[in-house]
Ligand binder design. Structure first.
Ligand SMILES: *Cc1c(COP(=O)(O)O)cnc(C)c1O
Length: 367
């Protein structure tokens, strides 16, 4: 069998979730598991967090229904609400909570007759300028929704454009706008994503919404003591399938991007962009071989990539390769470092791992 596998450490997921809660003891934390739990498998991750997380957050009703069909009856927030009015019947049937960010959603909700009031998270655009109502519109909407029989618990929500940055200027502007509104309306508040959960206690609300940190990626531009406690959840693991020795000056792979600067040994690894490993990985992107750091040498192919192992004479065919995560010897290569080498962010790497790569779940006892 092809050795490439994504090991998912559910104990690490629970650790990171508890860490998010410990960072914000006054808040309840919605575990964000949209996009198949950032590529980790939403059903398995939700099952690991059932009984801990008071609610899950997903992008759309399809993702929420898949969780219900798997037997998960925890509340689920649809972070973008409904995409068409006919979804309200399913929202009602399954007890989903909905974000409301647009006038048509308000009208659809207020002309619907649910069996029980639907919890609503009213979204204000505090400066991200993507979804949500302008701050000036909120007061009248809040009044309307809080009187409507269709509406259950009402929460004011917003999303930060730059809570991860070391320069907090725009973050503070957004925070001021939303906090002023929440005070005026005495509204329960939900604004903190992962970076705000880790670094901005002032942004902790009644409900926080940690996502990427649950998977062990550090969302902060500059790590802090708290973000360093996160544990990687996914280990993308493979093996060396071939080795070759090259004379100085010989090229490796497509277009010969990498050229041996000295007599070199190259390990060929079973993992490529056809698995979701980023083709933009530059020479020098880190990889662990037998738990030791080496670097990508040459362009990533569809099913393979090549690593310079000249300084590791012990490497054999079958040697363990970790593209990110934790090696057998305990060494960790963070997905954030790999993302740097690919000029991207951990979110795209994790959500990009394709179904071709089998997920292997390590439960609490095994991990
Ligand atoms: C994805 C998402 C989050 C989680 O963001 P992270 O940066 O992964 O913590 C929070 N809130 C909303 C509305 C989201 O869409």
């Amino acid at each position: 069998m092809r050795p490439l596998v994504a090991d998912i450490d559910l104990a690490a997921l629970c650790h990171n979730y508890r860490h998010a809660c410990a960072c914000a003891p006054q808040s309840r934390s919605v575990a964000i598991i949209k996009a198949d739990a950032y590529g980790h498998g939403a059903i398995e991750c939700a099952k690991a967090l059932v009984g801990e997380a008071p609610a899950f957050g997903v992008a759309c009703i399809e993702e929420a229904l898949a969780l219900r069909q798997a037997g998960i009856d925890t509340p689920i927030v649809l972070l973008e609400g409904i995409f068409s009015a006919d979804e309200l019947a399913l929202v009602d049937e399954h007890g989903f909570w909905i974000a409301v960010h647009s006038a048509w959603q308000v009208e659809a909700l207020l002309s619907f007759a649910p069996h029980r009031p639907i919890p609503v998270w009213l979204k204000v655009d505090s400066g991200m300028h993507r979804l949500g109502f302008a701050p000036e519109e909120i007061e009248s909407l809040w009044a309307r929704l809080s009187q409507a029989p269709q509406v259950g618990e009402l929460v004011l929500m917003s999303h930060f454009a730059s809570a991860d940055a070391s320069d907090s200027g725009y973050f503070e502007i957004q925070l001021q706008r939303i906090v002023a509104l929440a005070h005026a309306l005495k509204a329960p508040l939900s604004i903190a994503n992962s970076p705000a959960t880790l670094a901005w206690p002032v942004a902790h609300g009644d409900w926080n919404r940690p996502g990427i940190m649950l998977y062990g990626s550090d969302p902060l531009e500059v790590a802090n003591a708290s973000s360093r406690d996160l544990r990687p959840v996914m280990t993308l693991r493979s093996q060396v399938i071939a080795l070759r020795d090259l004379a100085a000056g010989e090229p490796v792979g497509y277009a010969g991007r990498w050229r041996a600067p000295r007599p070199s040994r190259i390990a060929v690894v079973a993992a490529g962009y056809g698995d979701g490993y980023d083709r933009h990985a530059q020479d020098g992107t880190p990889v662990l071989v037998d738990g030791q750091r080496c670097t990508i040498a040459g362009k990533v192919s569809m099913d393979m990539l090549t690593v310079d192992v000249t300084d590791l004479p012990e490497v054999r065919i079958g040697s363990e390769v970790v593209l990110w995560g934790r090696a057998a010897n305990g060494t960790v290569l963070s997905v954030d470092e790999v993302a740097n080498g690919c000029d991207t962010i951990s979110y795209t790497l994790l959500t990009g791992i394709l179904p071709r790569v089998p997920r292997r779940y390590l439960s609490n006892d095994q991990a």
